[in-house]
Ligand binder design. Structure first.
Ligand code: PEP
Ligand code: MN
Length: 330
């Protein structure tokens, strides 16, 4: 594919040239820049125009998410929270929104401890159809209310584009979970929604595949994507998933997008969560996504890995101490 960085307002003559070629193309605006994408290379060969400021080519399988055209790291804003800057942003909250009381309790606790975003699943992607599936739209409303009461922007996972209206109304950031990481129609639909996106890596996906998934979102003109390392399936059984810290470090060099690490799902047990979180921050994570429940032992999902509010408070102290050693903050 070829990326044209455009100048001026009138791009009609380039559009005409692309129309009369056999290329596929798309005009979009990202980070305040007017762009045109065209592919495959063989169909675009030699096409240029007065409105083109710069032509960017790549041998990679993605271009918008790559750093050939955009060298500066992208900072994703969720309300007034900036992800991808000096500050390590922590999103915390329950695996699943279970009730108003549970969500309010945990929201207050994580806010007090220093979290900047409230997480909580309303639509849960459960392996078994007999497991708790989440409260659906009611869960989103509860999360929104708890977020408003504490002043924390909220992030929640979308499973189905038919719920886009509810996410537009109640969520500040839309999560695409590991199991939908390569649901390409959902990626495009969430791109169109225009909200910041937290895009998780699929259990069996490479980092390059994760970045290509981000490309689907970005092609819709939405550059506010945070990539999330949440562990992959390997032969190792001592943890629930293998947190690929090396993959995250390598990924940060492949893209200008910020990276989040989720220490909870790869840990599978709460005893491991602090160490995985701290290792992720040491390795350069821009954000952490941590599961916290007021009473993890009775949680309706991921009971073993959710932290108590007290344990989360201690984790925040540790994250802040580590961040300051690294010349960052939390
Ligand atoms: C989650 O964060 O609630 C979740 C379901 O995570 P994942 O998609 O990484 O399994
Ligand atoms: Mn969970």
């Amino acid at each position: 594919m070829i990326l044209y960085i455009l100048k001026g307002k009138d791009h009609s003559s380039l559009k005409e040239k692309l129309k009369s070629s056999s290329a596929s193309f798309k005009f979009l605006n990202l980070y305040g820049k007017e762009l045109a994408l065209a592919w495959p290379d063989s169909a675009v060969e030699g096409i240029t125009d007065e409105s083109v400021e710069l032509v960017v080519k790549t041998k990679k399988s993605y271009i918008l998410a790559g750093n050939e055209w955009k060298k500066d790291p992208t900072v994703v804003k969720v309300k007034d929270v900036e992800i991808g800057s000096k500050r390590v942003v922590v999103a915390a909250g329950p695996c699943a929104v279970e009730s108003m009381e549970q969500t309010e309790t945990v929201a207050k606790a994580v806010k007090r401890a220093g979290a900047s975003l409230l997480r909580g699943g309303a639509y849960k992607p459960r392996t078994s159809p007999y497991s708790f599936q989440g409260l659906g739209e009611e869960g989103l409303k509860i999360l929104r209310k708890a977020g408003d009461e504490t002043g924390l922007p909220v992030v929640s996972e979308i499973l189905d584009a038919r719920d886009a209206g509810a996410f537009a109304k109640y969520a500040d950031m839309v999560q695409i979970g590991a199991r939908n990481s390569q649901n390409f129609t959902l990626l495009r639909d969430v791109g169109k929604l225009g909200k910041p996106v937290l895009l998780k890596r699929g259990l069996g996906n490479t980092v390059e595949e994760l970045i290509q998934s981000a490309e689907y979102v970005m092609m819709e003109g939405n550059g506010n994507v945070v990539l999330c390392e949440r562990g992959i399936r390997t032969f190792e059984k001592s943890t629930r998933f293998t947190l690929d810290i090396g993959g995250m470090v390598a990924g940060k060099l492949m893209t200008h997008l910020p990276f989040c690490a989720d220490p909870s799902h790869p840990a599978g047990k709460r005893e491991l969560v602090h160490s995985l979180a701290l290792a992720s921050v040491a390795a350069g994570a821009d954000m952490l996504l941590v599961e916290v429940h007021p009473r993890p032992e009775v949680a309706l999902s991921d009971s073993e890995q959710q932290l108590t509010p007290e344990s989360f408070e201690l984790l925040m102290e540790r994250v802040k101490a580590l961040a300051s050693v690294l010349g960052r903050s939390a």
